[in-house]
Design a protein. Structure first.
Length: 281
């Protein structure tokens, strides 16, 4: 008899559920205006806004006039930024503010209401030069400007922040060869997120499961065919699931184990499995 334990296999669900879809409704809620110099901050801002479930558009200064009704427009650069950015900034800053940001090594983030109707709020992340603008971007995404953080939070109202969603990681061990035709599958589900994972379901693919009869599982688990209904897993909590099956006949059977929950909205594979069922004689 050969009984191998497969090492724990971690499935990073949020990469599966977040990266594939950018909500269309979010695309105009936050816009970042940047010339081809200050756009170097794009990766930092994309990652920052993703934490608020916001997916900003990055546009050039030439696109600014076409914007209407956004919740938040972020402008990268000061009044002397080239390629059109500076001309936009000058509409929103008064002379004292422009003199201030032109001082040596100066950097600052200005939060303005927009009398022109392009957005509810205009945030100008500015520096006396491109280096200081980048430094200021780093500062604000690390919480140095409470007013900027507040403006972003307002733009994200009604959205569930990704950092508050459930994040399920899974581990598995199973028998690669049966004894007396009995196959054991041991699963561990850990919610590393803050939010509750609701209606967690584990499923064994039919190409594997149809070769076995169900024997037993943990008390309280609802079983319907090849689906095992775990229920809810609160943030920070784990759940262990043991499944025992008996093979119908000798053979080698392969399939996959997946799981899903309401917040995920699709299935994620835990692992492919193969079990050999030898003759008992």
């Amino acid at each position: 008899m050969e009984n191998k334990l497969i090492p724990i296999f971690l499935t990073f669900i949020m990469l599966f559920s977040i990266g594939a879809i950018i909500p269309l409704a979010a695309q105009n809620e936050v816009v970042v205006i940047s010339n081809n110099i200050d756009v170097v901050s794009k990766p930092l801002l994309e990652e920052y806004f993703r934490g608020y479930s916001l997916f900003p558009q990055f546009l050039g200064p030439e696109d600014f006039e076409s914007l209407k009704g956004s919740k938040l427009i972020v402008i990268l650069g000061g009044p002397d930024s080239p390629y059109g950015t500076g001309d936009i900034v000058k509409r929103y800053l008064d002379n004292l503010e422009m003199d201030f940001i032109r001082q040596e090594d100066q950097k600052y983030t200005f939060i303005k209401s927009d009398p022109y109707g392009h957005a509810d709020t205009i945030a100008i992340i500015a520096g006396v030069d491109r280096e200081r603008t980048y430094e200021e971007t780093v500062r604000v995404i690390n919480g140095a400007s409470p007013n900027f953080t507040s403006a972003v939070s307002t733009a994200a109202e009604g959205r569930v922040a990704i950092k508050d969603l459930p994040l399920i990681l899974s581990g598995i061990s199973y028998d690669t060869e049966t004894v007396d035709r009995v196959a054991h599958i041991h699963l561990s589900l850990q919610n590393y997120g803050k939010g509750r994972a609701t209606n967690v379901i584990v499923e064994i693919s039919d190409d594997y499961y149809s070769n076995f009869n169900f024997v037993s599982t943990d008390q309280g688990i609802k079983v319907e065919g090849n689906k095992f209904y775990v229920g809810n897993i609160d943030g920070g909590k784990s759940f262990k699931l043991d499944i025992n099956l008996r093979a119908k006949e000798v053979g080698v059977y392969s399939g996959a184990i997946t799981y899903t929950y309401d917040e995920l909205g699709t299935s994620a594979k835990i692992r492919d499995i193969t079990t050999r069922v030898p003759s008992c004689f």
